[in-house]
Design a protein around this ligand. Structure first.
Ligand code: PMP
Length: 427
């Protein structure tokens, strides 16, 4: 039976399918981290629903929340209308947000995928600022729809300025660590202050606190704070895309909590739906200037996803699972690092909480370069490179394509209204 299913699907499905080509598995049951194939074999599911399964497959509280809605006879589709389920989800979500955002937040339900919420965030920022440009980062991934794609690493849209994202192992400046991150911040600052750069006035900066698809790259806290300062000082809304980093995965409920930055717009999806499709943007109320109807979409009111999401958020918060992810993550990181010491094919191990990455390299090739200790856990130093590697070339018209020279000219941080640290909510 399984062989027939695999044969029929591979004959009919598009060439764009990815994992399914390499994994001839037909899952029929799942629980926690385990999926069971039609062949009766059990597998550890490291795909983890692409980050949607904060509680694993079919967690009892998630199933219970879905059953409760189904048994209640509640409508499953209500567009934008208020319902008890929606109220419960919104209340629980706001409870988890950084207080400085939650106190004055608005929510827009988008739907159903992360990329929809990214589109909404870009539209909101452009409407609120009346500007068109966008500041985005090399290696970023924000989704597959047109706007989100243009904000991603391979941006071709002339309105998008692509900025260096800090990293140790493949640092675009060949330095890594805190100094590499500071150079990346100054590169951004110089570009924004250069009136001849040709970069259109930005409506927003969009970043991932930990780049996911880009290779699990945690941005150093200091660099994130610099991005917050740089954008706040210039009146540029900061969009944090926490589609992949949210709901405890990185060791904090939201990854922005590590650095204490408070974004103006937060893009959320994946795990907030408790394994069902759900996406929202949460933003400062003074940005809420788009007119009714400015953002719509048929599937923006998915009741089952809201129920599963509310149950997931509450469970993560009440059981302090973010703290647990931090503990398990550091244990796993230590284990992976000791593996790396014995295996030259491991170039670097890095990550935050349980969002971990292992970069595999050809041991025969020279390493791409590694830096001082940064947010990433560096395992082995490689030869340093002092030019921008080809794949990281920064294609903007800019007078300072080379590294900024003035080491002593670091700007003093300015007091920022939106930069506030806070703790995990007490339970
Ligand atoms: N932003 C980030 C950071 C993501 O990781 C993803 C998906 N991997 C998206 C946006 C897009 O989400 P979706 O695939 O649900 O459209």
């Amino acid at each position: 039976e399984a062989a027939g299913i695999l044969r029929r699907q591979s004959a009919r499905e598009s060439a764009a399918r990815t994992y399914a080509r390499a994994l001839p598995i037909v899952p029929v049951r799942a629980r926690g981290m385990t999926i069971e194939g039609a062949d009766g074999r059990r597998y550890l599911d490291c795909l983890s629903g692409a980050g949607t399964l904060a509680l694993g497959h079919n967690h009892p509280v998630v199933l219970e929340s879905i059953r409760t809605v189904l048994d209640s006879g509640a409508p499953l589709h209500v567009l934008d209308l208020a319902t008890p389920v929606k109220d419960a989800f919104t209340t629980e979500l706001f409870r988890t947000l950084p207080p400085a955002l939650a106190d004055r937040a608005r929510i827009q339900f988008c739907g159903p995928a992360g990329t929809d919420a990214v589109e909404a965030a870009l539209k909101l920022a452009r409407t609120a600022t009346g500007r068109e440009g966008l500041l985005a980062f090399t290696g970023a991934y924000h989704g597959m729809t047109a706007g989100a794609l243009e904000a991603s690493g391979g941006a071709r849209d002339v309105r998008v300025a692509r900025l260096p994202y800090p990293q140790d192992y493949r640092c675009p400046f060949g330095i890594g660590g805190a100094r590499g991150a500071e150079l990346a911040a100054r590169w951004t600052e110089n570009l924004l202050d250069d009136t001849k750069s040709g970069v259109p006035a930005p409506a927003a900066m969009i970043l991932e606190p930990v780049q996911g698809e880009g290779g699990v790259l945690p941005a150093p806290d200091a660099w994130l704070r610099r991005m917050r300062e740089i954008t706040a000082a210039r009146g540029i809304p900061l969009i944090a895309d926490e589609v992949q980093t949210g709901v405890g995965r990185t060791g904090a409920f939201w990854a922005v909590e590590h650095s204490g930055i408070v974004p103006d717009i937060l893009v959320l999806s994946k795990a907030i739906g408790g394994s069902l499709p759900l996406a929202v943007v949460v933003y400062r109320d003074d940005l809420d200037v788009w007119p009714p109807g400015a953002h719509a979409g048929t599937f923006r009111g998915n009741q089952l996803a809201m129920a599963a999401g509310a149950a997931t958020l509450a469970y993560v918060r009440e059981n302090r699972l973010a703290d647990r992810a931090a503990v398990l993550g550091s244990r796993m990181l230590a284990g992976l690092r000791s593996l790396a010491a014995d295996h030259p094919c491991i170039g670097e191990v890095r990550g935050l909480g349980l969002m971990l990455g292992v970069e595999l390299v050809d041991p025969g090739e020279p390493g791409p370069g590694a830096g001082e200790s940064g947010a990433a856990a560096r395992v082995r130093p490689g030869p340093q490179q002092h030019a921008l590697p080809q794949q990281q070339a920064l294609p903007l018209p800019h007078p300072q394509h080379s590294l900024p020279q003035q080491r002593g000219h670091q700007k003093q941080p300015q007091p920022q209204p939106h930069t506030q640290s806070h703790d995990l909510p007490d339970t």
